[in-house]
Design a protein around this ligand. Structure first.
Ligand code: FMN
Length: 160
């Protein structure tokens, strides 16, 4: 079984989540950062996993554009979708998961999960720090990646 995980990340938490997910899958699993690497032809992959992180309610535009460009092929494959999202409101995070991907793809996907989030103030520039402090109410870094959600996700992808 050939799997590809195509992800976008700003401060590395989505990359960390993608690597954790990879460790829970079997067979070939290629990790590709869509912001930095060329994505190989998707034809040869049996399962395609797409993940990004949320900034001001949106996932990275490079990921969105990649999905739009490859939508018809994605709709023919087994797909899993995830996001890292740190909004303090769980309903808002769920809504983000449901709306940042095209509805057709969201409905087609075998699994979709929130993989948690990290907020690492030491890595942020001034603007992101200011926005995050306003969103969170303090300036404490947190790591809240959700391993249980990754396990659930992997279980579906492993179930052929
Ligand atoms: C400037 C800024 C804006 C953010 N906006 C949102 C948002 O609108 N909704 C949300 O759920 N999370 C938001 N987050 C939280 C990120 O999605 C979270 O930190 C995520 O883990 C980042 O992943 P990355 O390091 O892979 O980019 C924001 C974080 C920052 C720093």
């Amino acid at each position: 079984m050939k799997n590809i995980i195509i992800y976008a990340t700003k401060y590395g938490s989505t990359e960390k989540a993608a690597k954790m997910l990879k460790s829970k899958l079997t067979g070939d699993v290629l990790l590709v950062n869509v912001l930095k690497e060329k994505v190989p032809s998707l034809e040869e992959y049996d399962q395609i996993i797409l993940g990004g992180s949320i900034y001001m309610g949106r996932v990275q535009k490079e990921l969105t554009e990649f999905i739009e460009k490859n939508l018809s092929l994605l709709l023919k494959k087994k797909v899993g979708l995830f996001i890292c999202a740190g909004s303090p409101d769980p309903a808002a995070r769920q809504k983000e998961l449901e709306t940042v991907f095209p509805a057709e793809l969201y409905n087609h996907a075998s699994t979709k999960e929130l993989f948690g989030y990290e907020l690492t103030f030491e890595k942020m520039g001034f603007l992101d720090k200011t926005i995050t402090r306003a969103m969170k109410g303090d300036k404490n870094s947190v790591s809240e990646l959700n391993e249980a959600a990754m396990e659930r996700f992997a279980k579906v992808m492993l179930d052929t």
